[in-house]
Design a protein around this ligand. Structure first.
Ligand code: ZN
Length: 145
């Protein structure tokens, strides 16, 4: 059954991240600083190197992929919700190399910003809380209705 909650728009932020920052951690820190518990994140820019993850559905484990090269952030899309009482950012990225080839995955810690312009749209609603999902093994949103 498809489940969803209506969100109330609480404003839009646009900003840039510091050169050398960890992409995922810097976005999460911004949300914590602004007390954003629910939101939508997008970004473009470039990274000095990247770590993305692929979720193996069979083993239910993430496999990290390290990309030791500068790449463009062609797209970053993610959301903000709560896990263990704190806001976390779950984001996926598409990255482009020097030949324009794209790769991507689940954004992991260890991706270093070269330059990054981001947008966060903040929402309010009943909290969306992540909890262990027995079927997928993932920390999915707990939604009863
Ligand atoms: Zn993911």
């Amino acid at each position: 059954m498809t489940r969803a909650r209506e969100m109330k728009d609480e404003g839009l932020y646009m900003g840039k991240l510091d050169h050398g920052a960890d992409l995922l951690e810097a976005l999460a820190a911004f949300c914590r600083d602004k007390e954003i518990r629910l939101g939508w994140v997008s970004a473009i820019g470039a990274v000095q190197r990247a770590r993305i993850s692929f979720y193996d559905q069979g083993t239910q484990q993430y496999q990290d992929v390290d990309l030791h090269q500068p790449m463009e952030i062609l797209n970053l899309t993610g959301n903000v919700s709560l896990r263990d009482g704190a806001p976390i950012v779950h984001a996926h990225v598409t990255l482009g190399d020097h030949l324009g080839r794209a790769t991507g995955g689940h954004l992991a810690k260890g991706t270093v910003v070269f330059a990054c312009e981001f947008t966060v749209r903040a929402f309010s609603s009943e909290d969306l809380v992540r909890g262990h999902d027995a079927v997928t093994g993932l920390p999915l949103w707990e939604m009863d209705g």
